[in-house]
Design a binder for this molecule. Structure first.
Ligand code: HEC
Ligand code: HEC
Ligand code: HEC
Ligand code: HEC
Ligand code: HEC
Ligand code: HEC
Ligand code: HEC
Ligand code: HEC
Ligand code: HEC
Ligand code: HEC
Length: 293
């Protein structure tokens, strides 16, 4: 009797020596993967994932599978789901492990997303064994994005730009890297809704609308950056002349027709279209039909 009591006490002592509650039928992951041997591995207990399945070694199996054979043989047989460096499970298995729990909210449209189709893994951006997931740190996340998206990286340093490189706007303010229902993985259903979410004043309603503005801001603006002022895709008047004919109008001096000799034409003096048509996004002025006021 005393012996039994002693062994129970001893057992309790063992238990309290480990920082996690150890259940009787628990896998032996922590016997071999000891904290002292690999402290970096045990940083998982500083994250929300440390408590999965009740914590302790059960948490390990939440992402690596029950791994019964590996649990017995260690070095020889791979865990059920492994992310490297020694063994690598298929992409489907690795992503599937995360998706078992993260398949709603922002992650709901992962299947079929650009990143999923291009064989990107959740853990290309995320990590499980770091105290703070790198993707949740805006600076690191941006570096992750631009390490693959080199063209966007270059655009971030053009003279006119959204303050992304400056850290005031994040890639993920506009994009959902897990996929979305719109083009370019935007959070909003349309590109214009994305712009309105921060530039509310452009939404209107306006008495006099300019058709391309209500249709698609990107007809005139490059969202990441541009060599032209105000993120414009071209300089005025060329910007406007993509759609508007030069004939019979102030824009004539810019056309092939050349300058009327000796002209002091008001149109020539007001060189850029927006000098007169200053309300290019639309107007609420009773006589703003031509977007001049
Ligand atoms: C008997 C000792 C032992 C037990 C128990 C054990 N492992 Fe391992 N595990 C090892 C060894 C040894 C390695 C390293 C293999 C190598 O690098 O040669 C390893 C490697 C791993 C790896 C890395 C795989 C890779 O590709 O590098 C993971 C993940 C892992 N174990 C998870 C687990 C999980 C989860 C459990 C509990 C279900 C567990 N282990 C139980 C001994 C063990
Ligand atoms: C939230 C999911 C998750 C949990 C929980 C988890 N792992 Fe991992 N594990 C991963 C991922 C993902 C990697 C790949 C490296 C990374 O992203 O941090 C990994 C890598 C490893 C490796 C290889 C690391 C290396 O550099 O050699 C071992 C060993 C391992 N895990 C064991 C464990 C053990 C033991 C536990 C329980 C204490 C555990 N894992 C809990 C997801 C998880
Ligand atoms: C067994 C369920 C489960 C598995 C498997 C799992 N997670 Fe989680 N994860 C959670 C829970 C629960 C939370 C905390 C609540 C929440 O934010 O949803 C969480 C939180 C997170 C967070 C936010 C962390 C924070 O600090 O806010 C990230 C990122 C994440 N998980 C990524 C992953 C990735 C990547 C994998 C695969 C390697 C994975 N998870 C596997 C259940 C799981
Ligand atoms: C291309 C990089 C990338 C990939 C791939 C990726 N994520 Fe994320 N994930 C992020 C970033 C960045 C955030 C932070 C979001 C933010 O700042 O709004 C995030 C946030 C999260 C969160 C935190 C909660 C939330 O919704 O904000 C979870 C959970 C998560 N990701 C799970 C996953 C899972 C599961 C996968 C794979 C199916 C995955 N992620 C693939 C970059 C990625
Ligand atoms: C202010 C919102 C906004 C921010 C911030 C933003 N983007 Fe975009 N991004 C867009 C819009 C809008 C499009 C779609 C452009 C189009 O269809 O003409 C786009 C398109 C893309 C594309 C598709 C290819 C292309 O260039 O058209 C990629 C890749 C991309 N963005 C990556 C990024 C990365 C990486 C970051 C952070 C460094 C980022 N974006 C920041 C709004 C944004
Ligand atoms: C491991 C490389 C990698 C990382 C990291 C990465 N991407 Fe991608 N991304 C791709 C590939 C490959 C595609 C599909 C081909 C393409 O359109 O460039 C893609 C597509 C996209 C698209 C859709 C483009 C379209 O035409 O619809 C957007 C938006 C995007 N990524 C944004 C991001 C953001 C934001 C991040 C950071 C959170 C990020 N990516 C991180 C590789 C990556
Ligand atoms: C997440 C918020 C956010 C979203 C979404 C957003 N913007 Fe911006 N935008 C900003 C910020 C912040 C600035 C800088 C304002 C400043 O410096 O005063 C800015 C500035 C601008 C400028 C002026 C740039 C300059 O050089 O003066 C233009 C043009 C612009 N945005 C267009 C757009 C368009 C088009 C969209 C949709 C594709 C969009 N924005 C979406 C936050 C946003
Ligand atoms: C027909 C071309 C055109 C379209 C379409 C267009 N813009 Fe502009 N935008 C301009 C021009 C030209 C300027 C610079 C002149 C100025 O300041 O009005 C500008 C400037 C801006 C500015 C910076 C100055 C300011 O007014 O705050 C923002 C922000 C902006 N646009 C947002 C948007 C948004 C949001 C949309 C879509 C709803 C949009 N633009 C659609 C031509 C356009
Ligand atoms: C993508 C094509 C496109 C671009 C670029 C464009 N516009 Fe327009 N604009 C239109 C359309 C379409 C209408 C509506 C025409 C109609 O109602 O007959 C319009 C209408 C106008 C009107 C009012 C005409 C009327 O009859 O009331 C003015 C003024 C105008 N645009 C000026 C500009 C200026 C200035 C620029 C350059 C900053 C510009 N537009 C760029 C397509 C464009
Ligand atoms: C010097 C001032 C001025 C400049 C510069 C100017 N416009 Fe106009 N625009 C006007 C006025 C004033 C009207 C109204 C004419 C009317 O009501 O008959 C007008 C009318 C228009 C209209 C309505 C259709 C039409 O022909 O009557 C369009 C479209 C237009 N302008 C586009 C442009 C474009 C594109 C540019 C630049 C290439 C431009 N404007 C430059 C003053 C100007």
């Amino acid at each position: 009797m005393i012996r039994i009591l002693a062994s129970v006490l001893l057992c309790c002592f063992c238990l309290s020596a480990t920082p996690y509650a150890v259940a009787a039928d628990e896998p032996g992951c922590l016997d071999c993967h000891e904290a002292s041997e690999n402290p970096a591995l045990h940083a998982v207990y500083q994250t929300l994932h440390g408590n999965l399945a009740g914590g302790g070694a059960a948490a390990c199996t939440a992402c690596h599978g029950p791994s019964t054979a590996h649990d017995r043989r260690g070095r020889r047989i791979a865990p059920d789901i492994s992310y490297g460096p020694k063994w690598i499970s298929s992409l489907e298995e690795r992503n599937g492990a995360c998706q078992n729990c993260h398949n709603d909210g922002d992650q709901m449209l992962w299947a079929g997303s650009e990143h999923e189709q291009d064989n990107i893994a959740c853990v290309d951006c995320h990590s499980a064994h770091q105290p703070r997931d790198p993707a949740l740190d805006q600076t690191i996340a941006q570096a992750q994005c631009t390490s693959c998206h080199a063209q966007v990286k270059a655009q971030l340093h053009l003279p006119s730009r959204h303050p992304i490189a400056e850290g005031k706007t994040a890639c993920t303010d506009c994009h959902n890297p897990h996929g979305s229902a719109s083009d370019a993985d935007l959070h909003q259903v349309t590109l214009n809704e994305n712009c309105y979410s921060c530039h509310q004043e452009k939404r209107g309603p306006l008495l006099w609308e300019h058709e391309p503005v209500t249709e698609d801001c990107a007809l005139c603006h490059a969202p990441h950056g541009s060599v032209h002022d105000s993120l414009l895709t071209a300089r005025g008047p060329a910007l406007c002349q993509q759609c508007h004919s030069a004939a019979f109008h102030p824009s004539v001096p810019y056309g092939a027709e050349g300058l009327p000799s000796g002209s002091s034409n008001r149109n020539l003096l007001g060189s850029n279209c927006s000098n007169c048509h200053s309300q290019v996004h639309g107007s609420n002025h009773p006589s703003g039909a031509r977007l001049t006021r």
